[in-house]
Write a protein that binds this ligand. Structure first.
Ligand code: ATP
Length: 542
């Protein structure tokens, strides 16, 4: 089947998400709210599965990571210490005509003829506006296009019938000072803080300003000492958290990719500073060593190997939930791209239909965060390392991923159009969501072959109830069996169980209490015993 084009593919995905209840626009009946999304029944299950898989692999399957669940609103000094109050901003520009806001670095460079005006007076000359304005239009286009935009600008400023003043033109090349949508001049770039503000308590005063956290990581640093004391962990160890984060993004776009409310899954993995490793192990293993092993943590590992180790662990995890290595890109940030405190950052990118974009960042952040909180709170973040007989502020490796971006990546990755036979064996095209069984919203669908045969329905419900305690099951008796399969293909349900007359023993005792088990991807059906169904399915979905 021909591959759909990128824009077309995204449209199909967005429409399937709504049709099947993966993702809805937030507040849709009120016209929606830009940058906010709701997850429907299938989307809610998908997100839960993502978070559960991550949590399990990060904490429950490891000895050296514990969890945290902190509040969204925290002391505002935290954001001063982390640098978010002063530097967590994007440069933005506003269109002088429509007031629409853009990120300055996202304005495409344009060339053309700029028309400059010094001001305007209204028809009778009774009113004047001295605000300078300019408009960029394609070279060769009639001047009237620019004048029309300029007149709108002055009308907005109270002139009913503006007569433009001081028109002059200039040829501009590669300028980013004009709105690509209407040619209007933009404001100068200004920093715009991305944190969402609120007030805590009954008084809306500057003293009561708080922020909805823009990341979950800071709570981990702030609770480092408490967690250390109660968990009996020793450096190297990690604390992880899943939770909501909020950013007043200037241009939310690409469906849920850049939202204003989203969830993060973050780990702060605390390690010894390299000097301490050197003193204790005699040397610090490095990536430039011949064949460095990054599989099993060693006492000689400094930040470089720990960083590489986490990059590899994270990629393996993405593979384990169905994102093939060929869909991911490991991007090592260049020196000039690194945040001032970061020693190295690797972005794991996914090949979305709208471009290859970040899913997760893995940064080696040194001791920046703990040291800042030590300074701002006045509380020591020092750790006494019994083994190394040294006191230090631990360094940190931070793998930071977005749940919503990952859900979108998994949806894009799963979307597939192919052909399947209908009841009469005629091929028809189908949409199938090829989710890995581990993260599929529904694991198995149970169908009685016919709805109007009470014995089939009764048996099917027994099978449903047998499976329910172990996995998410969908029971469906409505419509032709082919149509029921198709519905589950679109939901991405990897397995279908059909209860037929053989199950009831009508074809002899050999097939009694057996069912057909259908595989979504191969569409192959095998006959299995009901008594073995739970163990067969558990094996496939774990
Ligand atoms: P970007 O450059 O795309 O804005 P970032 O580098 O600012 O992302 P981080 O601060 O490193 O992102 O956040 C870690 C992760 O949180 C990202 O990799 C992404 O998965 C997720 N994330 C960040 N911002 C958003 C957002 N606005 N909407 C959805 N997910 C987000």
């Amino acid at each position: 089947m021909a591959e759909p084009k990128t824009g077309e593919l995204m449209q199909k995905i967005v429409s399937l998400c709504k049709r099947r209840g993966f993702i809805f626009q937030s507040s849709e009946i009120y016209g929606g709210l830009n940058g906010f999304w709701d997850y429907g029944p299938l989307g809610a299950e998908l997100k839960r599965n993502i978070k559960e898989c991550w949590w399990r692999s990060m904490t429950q399957l490891r000895e050296d990571v514990v969890g945290l669940d902190a509040s969204i609103i925290m002391h505002p000094r935290i954001w001063e210490a982390s640098g978010h109050t002063s530097t967590f901003s994007d440069l933005m520009v506003d269109c002088l005509l429509t007031k629409k806001r853009f990120r300055a670095d996202q304005i495409e460079a344009q060339s053309g003829t700029a028309y400059f005006y010094t001001g305007a007076s209204d028809g009778q000359g009774s009113k004047e506006c001295k605000d300078a304005f300019s408009v960029l239009i394609a070279t060769g286009k009639h001047a009237e296009y620019a004048r029309k935009v300029a007149r709108q600008f002055y009308q907005e400023r109270g002139l009913e019938n503006p007569a433009l003043q001081g028109e002059r033109t200039d040829e501009l090349k590669n300028t980013t000072r004009y709105n690509p949508e209407n040619g209007s001049l933009l404001t100068e770039p200004r920093p715009f803080n991305l944190m969402l503000k609120t007030y805590v308590g009954p008084v809306e005063s500057a003293d009561n300003i708080s922020y909805l956290r823009p990341e979950t990581a800071q709570a981990i640093f702030v609770q480092f000492k408490n967690t250390l004391e109660v968990s009996r962990q020793r450096v190297p160890f990690g604390i992880c958290q899943i939770g909501k984060a909020f950013r007043n993004e200037i241009n939310p776009r690409n469906f849920t990719f850049r939202s204003r409310e989203f969830e993060q899954m973050e780990l702060e993995f605390f390690i010894r500073p390299d000097e301490v490793v050197q003193k204790r192990a005699g040397s610090v293993a490095s990536l430039s060593d011949p064949q460095p092993s990054t599989l099993n943590p060693q006492p000689s590992w400094g930040w470089e190997l720990w960083h590489k180790y986490w990059v590899e662990q994270r990629i393996k995890w993405y593979e384990s939930i169905g994102l093939g290595r060929d869909t991911l890109v490991e991007y090592w940030q260049k020196k000039e791209e690194l945040a001032h405190y970061a020693k190295a950052t690797v972005d794991i990118l996914f090949k979305f239909p709208f471009g290859t974009q970040e899913l997760e960042g893995i940064a080696a952040r040194g001791d920046f965060d703990l040291t800042q909180h030590q300074k701002f709170s006045g509380k020591s973040m020092g750790y006494f390392d019994e083994e190394a007989k040294a006191k230090y502020v631990p360094h940190v490796i931070e793998p930071s991923a977005g749940v919503d971006r990952l859900a979108l990546a998994l949806i894009c990755n799963a979307y597939c159009e192919d052909q399947a036979p209908d009841e009469k064996g005629k091929l028809e095209s189908r949409v199938v969501m090829r989710f890995h069984p581990r993260i599929a919203p529904i694991k198995v669908a149970v169908f009685p072959l016919l709805k109007n045969k009470p014995e089939l329905v009764k048996k099917a419900k027994t099978v449903r109830d047998l499976l329910r305690p172990h996995m998410s099951v969908f029971y469906d008796e409505a419509g032709a069996i082919g149509r029921r399969y198709r519905r589950q293909d679109e939901a991405g349900t990897p397995f279908g169980v059909t209860i037929d007359f053989e199950t009831l023993g009508e074809q002899g005792p050999a097939l009694q209490d057996t069912v057909t088990l259908r595989d979504r991807d191969t569409m192959k059906q095998e006959r299995v015993k009901i008594s073995e169904l739970v163990s067969i399915l558990l094996e496939k979905i774990r």
